[in-house]
Design a protein around this ligand. Sequence first.
Ligand code: PEP
Ligand code: MN
Length: 337
Amino acid sequence: MKNIEILRNKVNKINEDIVNLLIERKTITDELIQEKIDNHLPVLDTKRENEIIEYFIEHKKELNPAFIKKIFNLIFEEAKRRYYKLEQLDSIEAYLKRKPILIAGPCVVESLEQISNIANLLSKYGIKFLRGGAFKPRTSPNSFQGLGDLGVELLYKAARANNMFTVTEVLESEQLERNYDFIDVVQIGARSMTSYGLLKSVGYLTAKTKKVVLLKRGLSATLSEFLQAAEYILQAGNPNVVLCLRGIRTFEQIDSNLRFTPDLASILELKEKTGLPVIFDPSHSGGCSDYVINISNAALQLGADGLMVETHDRPLESKVDAHQAIHPDKILDIINL
Ligand code: PEP
Ligand code: MN
């Protein structure tokens, strides 16, 4: 009996130590989170979290791997709670429910100055989603391909400095893996809609955290092909898919100024066939800055849940798609529609 007493006391002491260490850990992680926010660095780091778990599974064989995983995931979640509260980032879904969903930003991230100026102007109008390409799907390999990883980092910095979420396209799943914590909404572009390997891997990569995936309609895809492409992501375990219509290729392009034919009536059909949010891209579909507001109006009238609009602080100097860019101030015309 005496032995039990002694052992219990030892366990009690350990419990006390564990709790004190958890308190100490929380104080330090709170400080670390604040430091990252102040420096506009990504707060979430799932790669590091996984490395920590893997390290202990490898080196502490006395403990069951599932136990190690569970306990660390709980500790990590607790640490991140403060961050979610500070940034209200758990409300990305709430923002997606607020209609119309407005996503705006340049075709391509060009510099920190450019993306920060644009983010700053847009956030003044309450825009929460900042788009900007870093990995551009260009027709010619000789055209500017985007700033790559650096572009995503700059987009993230500009977004967080203005309390916004990032939206950016990936062409390969490795680009998402490397930049996972910088990307709030993963865009799969029109040219990749039929890249089924990419759809599957983006689906699996995002399934755990349910990161929002914005899927654009292929240039020549039928609506049923579009919906089946979305199904790849849904079936991988991620229900958070947003569909984006962006204009289709028709004979009209032979001699009209339209870059594509705005597939506006498809909004009606998609809204009937799926419960997923359906947004419209008035920039690529018309390819002309003068048409952006009217096409946006039409899309909203037809029931689109939102818009993704290319905006640039110096539209005519945009490195990519200058002819369709509008100034962020023009967003007011859309908000007032
Ligand atoms: C874009 O939105 O950046 C883009 C490249 O559009 P799409 O894939 O529709 O051509
Ligand atoms: Mn573009």
